[in-house]
Design a protein around this ligand. Structure first.
Ligand code: BGC
Length: 787
């Protein structure tokens, strides 16, 4: 190992020595970024400096098992301690080092700095992306983005490594909590709004992970085998929307391979499509240690290699010297990076405060989290409940799970638990039960095995409670609230047993609490503190109400109480389907993929896993596109969510009967119930199937009303153009609107359509031509919808 490292360093010295001979010999004063044009600065850079700029800087320590970093990087102190990465400064040309930090639920940096005993650097823990998507309100995403971006700015960071928008292909995806939805329109629109919010602070974003990175299993060596139509319509569509509508400063390429080539090494993805077709203007960075060929990455348009290591610099220098990489290719990447450097707060010498407004951002968390909670069940108006005495069950009631683990986690100062939230909201909590839980949790935590580095700690199992105690609790309190928690995170996917499904203790708890409280004429409410779907169908009849609170961020206890008490009327809807059973999931058999036996690892480090393959044979039939088309009834469908009031959607009008110019659609939403509330209006189309098969229903647009008082109504307007209703035809590599009858369906969920109109397209329309890109192997066979 030592010998190899020496070999590596020695050869770098030789290459660098030969490089300095060819460096520009100009004696005139150095051009300065900002004063001179980017082209002039690039022209003045030595080859070594160019490579330095493109090969990034991570933490200033070597991570055991990962390739060694430059000696100089080890010595360079971090500007923001705990930030995920940096770029190199080149002071002679006035190029500063940028700081990059995770992540999707808030700024992830170290809260304490050595030698700095008086100040802390906590950041706000915002709700997870899946919750934000369930608000179906792009203004909520923008508002959270703006608040998060203010912390990026105030902590002296230039680029936030967020948002993340991979599709929820399967409920077990370990990082689904960082992602928005199973639907690309929801994911794309939310991302665009979020990016606009963050970037309104003068800082940048990195939309990730581009693309088709839907499982954690062997994530650095897994090949996603996927058809061209599914790519364009499902896995790339959200990125297309985000790029076109918000111009993120950067894009992060994903770890996986797509149809045999690493995403970070695919010019078809990073250049032809991203820049050529979609008009992306920023730079692309790799995911941390992603890919196996630095030169192929630069060639493909992956401009920045993060976090950068010695061997990558060597490889690029060698490729330039032997002509396998052209200086022009290198310069293009350098220019892209410098154009972003120019916009950065660091370049502009922004005087950051290191004191973000954590108080006002906490308020943003409290309010926005409540907007994304989904009321799944509410028999006989169980909820809302006025302050009363509650028996609060479940570990997560006392240790609320604010968000997921890994780079999507945030070092926040505190998390408001549900008992705290309810007490503050005027409820009283059975104190003896509370004490028992606190002792149980402390005891279990002490016994818990030490976690593996970077991995979530093993969950604490629930506590069994005897029938006498339950009977007593049911006598002494007026309602039972049981919180069920799930955590997940980077590096690992979730499991079916005891994760998607309930554990035996959880089932028993539901049965026993339900029996004890129902026997006394009292109700049981279940709060789901989860990041993604769990099995509900088998136990839901035993409880009176179910509130899906997701992982709501650091103020969670307050936000849940706001909804439970009726201070906030729930208006969230599912942006991801809750299936009846795991076997109903279209990718149940192919997720998370298989290891490729006998294939030599492409990357060799302890985090890289093994070569693997995930075959996306469900094609475009992901989530509700599958359930609807194949007639599989879910537990709770896409777009579903209850309210404490009721709404009507009527008076559907179309501006004309064509998709050109564009087509304007309006409906009237009225609050027909007794309390103020907001409704999410969803526009689906059922398209004709002349040339291509289609999902039965596809979301095309959505909007949320303002808070409508009882009896109040609002007109909601949508616009559709031909591209919105077109499908991607792999045979002609073009977006085609089929001839025939389109049914436009407006509803309050994918299954609850309230108004429909039809439009005829007399002739097929080729809306946009593309080219053959990212072709799958001929062996890929996708499922076919029933005739
Ligand atoms: C994750 C990225 C993250 C990066 C830097 C990687 O492991 O996949 O999402 O931005 O680390 O922390």
């Amino acid at each position: 190992m030592l010998k190899n490292t020496c070999l590596a360093i020695c050869s770098l010295v030789i290459v660098l020595a030969s490089v300095s001979i060819t460096a520009p010999q100009d004696q005139s004063p150095d051009p300065q970024l900002g004063k001179n044009s980017v082209k002039e600065v690039v022209a003045a850079m030595t080859l070594e400096e160019k490579v330095k700029l493109l090969v990034g800087m991570g933490f200033n320590v070597d991570i055991p098992g990962l390739p060694p970093i430059e000696e100089e990087d080890r010595r360079t102190p971090e500007k923001v301690v705990g930030a995920a990465g940096r770029t190199h400064a080149i002071p002679r040309l006035n190029i500063p080092s940028l700081t990059l930090s995770d992540g999707p639920a808030g700024v992830r940096i170290d809260p304490k700095r050595s030698g700095d005993n008086y100040k802390t650097y906590y950041a706000t823990g915002f709700p997870i992306a899946t919750l934000l998507a369930s608000s179906w309100d792009t203004e909520i995403a923008r508002r959270v983005g703006a608040a998060m971006g203010s912390e990026v700015r105030d902590y002296g960071i230039d680029i936030l490594l967020a948002p993340a928008l991979n599709i929820h292909r399967n409920p077990l995806g370990g990082r689904n909590f960082e992602y928005y939805s199973e639907d690309p329109i929801v994911a794309g629109k939310m991302t665009a709004a979020f990016v606009r919010g963050i970037q309104s602070n003068g800082v940048g974003t990195s939309i990730k992970h581009f693309a088709v990175n839907n499982q954690e299993f062997n994530r650095m060596q897994s090949n996603s085998v996927v058809g061209e139509r599914a790519l364009r319509e499902i896995y790339l569509k959200g990125f297309e929307i985000a790029v076109k509508e918000s111009q993120p400063w950067t894009v992060m390429s994903s770890y996986n391979l797509i149809n045999g080539t690493y995403a970070s090494q695919t010019g078809e993805l990073l250049t032809t499509l991203l820049r050529g077709e979609w008009g992306f203007k920023g730079f692309v960075m790799s995911d941390w240690f992603g890919g196996d060929d630095a030169v192929a990455q630069i060639r493909a348009g992956n401009d920045m290699l993060m976090p950068g290591f010695v061997a990558q610099s060597q490889a690029i220098l060698k490729a330039i010297s032997d002509g396998t990489l052209s200086t022009k290719q290198l310069d293009t990447s350098v220019e892209r990076v410098l154009n972003i450097v120019l916009q950065s707060p660091t370049f502009k010498h922004f005087n950051y405060s290191n004191a973000p407004d954590l108080k006002s951002n906490a308020q943003v968390v409290r309010e926005t989290a409540a907007e994304g909670m989904v009321l799944l069940k509410n028999d006989d108006n169980t909820l809302p409940i006025a302050p009363t005495k509650v028996s609060l069950f479940g570990n997560a009631s006392y240790e609320l799970i604010a968000g997921g683990t890994g780079s999507g986690d945030v070092n926040k100062k505190y998390v408001v638990s549900l008992d705290q939230g309810m007490l503050a909201g005027g409820f009283s909590i059975d104190e003896s039960l509370r004490q028992t839980y606190k002792e149980f949790i402390a005891d279990q935590k002490a016994k818990r095995p030490k976690g593996r580095p970077f991995m979530p700690l093993p969950a604490i199992s629930e506590m069994s409670i005897g029938s006498d105690r339950l009977e007593q609790l049911a006598s002494n309190s007026n309602i039972a609230v049981l919180t069920l928690g799930r955590t997940s995170g980077e590096f690992e996917d979730r499991q079916v047993e005891n994760d998607f499904t309930l554990t035996t203790i959880e089932r028993n708890l539901i049965d026993n609490i339900s029996n004890a409280f129902h026997a006394k004429g009292k109700k049981i409410v279940v709060v789901l503190n989860v990041a993604g779907p769990i099995e509900i169908a088998s136990w839901r009849t035993k409880v009176d109400a179910i509130l899906l609170a997701w992982q709501p961020g650091q103020e969670g206890g307050y936000s849940i109480t706001d909804v439970v008490s009726g201070k906030v009327n729930p208006s969230g809807k599912l942006a991801t389907t809750f299936p009846v059973s795991y076997n109903d999931v279209p990718s149940a058999k192919t997720f998370p993929g298989k290891e490729l036996v006998g294939v030599k690892p492409y990357i060799d480090n302890p985090f890289a896993g093994k070569p693997a393959e995930a075959v996306y044979d469900e094609g475009i039939y992901v989530g509700y596109r599958y359930y609807d088309t194949f007639g599989v009834k879910p537990a709770y469908e896409f777009g579903y969510g209850l309210s404490y009031t009721t709404f009507s959607i009527s008076n559907m009008k179309l501006s004309n009967n064509r998709f050109e110019s564009p087509l304007a659609i309006s409906v009237t939403v009225e609050n027909t119930g007794k309390v103020p509330g907001k409704e999410v209006v969803q526009l689906y189309i059922s398209a004709p199937t002349n040339r291509l098969k289609k999902p039965r229903n596809e979301l095309k647009a959505f909007a949320k009303t303002k808070l409508l008082k009882p009896g109040e109504s609002q007109t909601i307007n949508f616009e559709l153009n031909a591209k919105d209703v077109a499908s991607f035809d792999p045979a002609s590599s073009s977006w085609i609107a089929d001839a025939g009858t389109y049914s436009l369906n407006v509803g309050s969920s994918s299954a609850d359509i309230k108004a429909s109109r039809k439009i005829e397209l007399s002739k097929e329309a080729v809306v946009e031509r593309s080219q053959k890109l990212l072709s799958p192997p001929p062996s890929l066979k996708e499922i076919e919808p029933p005739k």
